[in-house]
Design a protein around this ligand. Structure first.
Ligand SMILES: [Ca+2]
Ligand SMILES: [Ca+2]
Ligand SMILES: [Ca+2]
Length: 533
């Protein structure tokens, strides 16, 4: 369960099951000592000044109180995993990942329609860092040196007064980067796996000063644990009067899905049912492009998640350690604490295990922020893209993304900061872009996913470079909850353009094709406010 409290004063704790936000001292029948409570508040330099101002503020806000309120900006801590399918959340259950459950899922927002623009590690990370489409940042492959890091979420937040830290796997190809790309600006600390890929064992960590620490195959070298310790260390180094932005990127559960040695054979993962959603090992693939239509049946009862599960257990320990440190500093309450992944995966859906296909864009995304929205969990179905993170976090920090090295003034993504505060998404956006412009074992494709704002409803439209087109009715909720005969086709089982589509379907596809063409070259669209704010 949640790691033992290791600090001498009472702290707020987050416990599932309606006992959240109690003071452990109070639960044990001990009186809360006010002076110690004050220590906790004062230890958070980021919020201490505003707490004092709030306590003394008159009913009509003074300029000083207003300034304090504006100065109060949240900490943002993102744990971004590598190659993780949202599935039905079974790997995130409280019995398996208790810290994730307590600190984030049980008291946060679950985003049910959050997607990578490019379902591949490097470009997706670049999407997140910049808020730009891949076609605008230029980072469209796993050659991470394509990204000019002059304007990123780090440079903007650093300029806005944040303590910025990156810990873990950075962009692919890092070891081969030219010197000027090895140390991207904006990060107060930058501890990355010095490799062309993530690693679980046998790697080097490289720090902001270029210092190298070797890790081999001892238990203590397991990268998720090393990353956890570094993340805590960098949080401890953050000046008390600065909010933090920390991006923590373990390699987990990327293949080969290695668990920490202490978690091999862990009983929490022993009896997981196999993953077999309605599109697992799709029976009729005659509607699909050749790389799927020609794939053999997997012929088993579902995808074995044991290794993925075991590898995630160390991530849960990491989340607990980071949560403890945020708590110790009094920052946790006003931290936007995010759990997500760089790209989704198919784990046997459509006979395919892997990424880089139009069927692997969805990423698990959870966000808690007790100080701003309380601790009621809820689902949010807003269609969002990886390019939306940078403008969102920047808005929370009081900055705006841009201008960019390619000359564009603002980001391509849209801020969903309002949604994080339980308000409606304030923009009308009819579609988001997906693409896989490089590499891989299938044709290059571009794809458009319409939103509930689109007059024609919810569709996933795909143009493969070989000319094969796909159109799916993605209404009807999430695939894992969908049943045959149900509304829509969220499991992408029936390509509407297969066979001989009727005139109406062809007309819709042609319309979506024109909209996709516009998105493929979109630069920083003028945000359209949604009706009713
Ligand atoms: Ca990845
Ligand atoms: Ca800074
Ligand atoms: Ca089919």
């Amino acid at each position: 369960m949640h790691p033992t409290v290791r600090y001498p004063w009472p702290v707020k704790t987050h416990v599932a099951g309606g006992r959240r936000n109690e003071w452990p001292g109070a639960r044990r029948g001990l009186a809360l000592i006010p002076s110690l409570a004050a220590v906790v508040v004062a230890s958070s330099g980021a919020t201490a000044a505003t707490s004092t101002a709030a306590a003394t503020a008159p009913e009509v806000p003074t300029a000083a109180a207003q300034a304090s309120s504006e100065a109060r900006r949240p900490n943002v801590v993102m744990v971004m995993l590598d190659d993780l399918n949202p599935h039905d959340g079974r790997l995130f259950a409280p019995e398996i990942m208790p810290n994730l459950s307590e600190l984030i899922i049980s008291q946060g927002i679950r985003f049910t329609d959050f997607h990578a623009e490019v379902p591949l590690c490097g470009p997706s990370r670049a999407n997140l860092l910049t808020g730009q489409h891949a076609h605008n940042s230029g980072a469209n492959s796993n050659d991470g040196a394509q990204l000019d890091p002059t304007t990123t979420i780090a440079t903007e937040l650093d300029e806005a007064g944040y303590h910025t830290s990156y810990v873990g796997k950075y962009l692919n190809g890092y070891r081969a980067f030219p010197p000027e790309r090895r140390d991207p600006p904006g990060w107060d600390s930058f501890d990355v796996i010095d490799s062309n890929q993530g690693k679980y064992f046998w790697y080097e960590m490289r720090d902001r000063q270029g210092g190298i620490t070797g890790h081999r195959t001892d238990e203590a070298d397991y990268s998720t644990d090393v990353i956890a310790d570094l993340a805590v260390q960098r949080l401890r180094e953050a000046p008390a009067d600065e909010p933090v932005f920390t991006l923590i990127s373990p390699f987990t559960p990327h293949e080969p899905n290695l668990p920490a040695p202490r978690h091999e054979g862990d009983p929490r993962c022993a009896d997981l049912p196999r993953w077999a959603p309605p599109n697992y090992d799709e029976a009729d693939v005659s509607d699909k492009p050749p790389y799927i239509a020609e794939a053999p049946l997997l012929g088993d009862a579902g995808f074995d998640l044991t290794a993925h599960c075991e590898s995630l257990l160390a991530v849960d320990d990491l989340i607990g350690q980071v949560g403890d440190e945020l708590q110790r500093q009094g920052r946790l309450e006003d931290t936007l604490f995010v759990f997500t992944a760089d790209n989704g995966m198919t784990w046997g859906e459509h006979r395919r295990v892997g990424k880089v296909s139009p069927y692997s864009s969805a990423v698990p995304t959870y966000a808690a922020w007790p100080a701003r929205r309380g601790v009621e969990p809820r689902d949010d179905g807003t269609t969002l893209s990886m390019i939306d993170w940078a403008p969102t976090v920047c808005e929370l920090a009081g900055c705006q993304m841009g201008p960019y090295p390619n000359g564009q003034e603002g980001p391509d993504g849209l801020s969903f900061a309002a949604v994080l505060a339980d308000q409606p998404f304030p923009y009308e956006r009819q579609a988001i872009l997906h693409t896989m412009p490089s590499g891989g074992d299938r044709p290059v494709y571009w794809s458009l996913r319409t939103t509930t704002d689109h007059p024609s409803g919810r569709w996933l439209y795909v143009e493969n470079l070989d000319g094969f087109r796909e159109l799916y009715d993605v209404s009807g909720g999430s695939c894992d909850e969908w049943q045959a005969g149900g509304e829509g086709d969220p499991c992408l089982l029936e390509n509407q353009l297969a066979g001989e589509p009727d005139a109406g379907t062809m007309s819709l596809a042609d319309q979506l094709s024109a909209e996709l063409a516009a998105l493929k070259s979109e630069v920083a669209p003028e945000p359209v406010p949604a009706l009713d704010g």
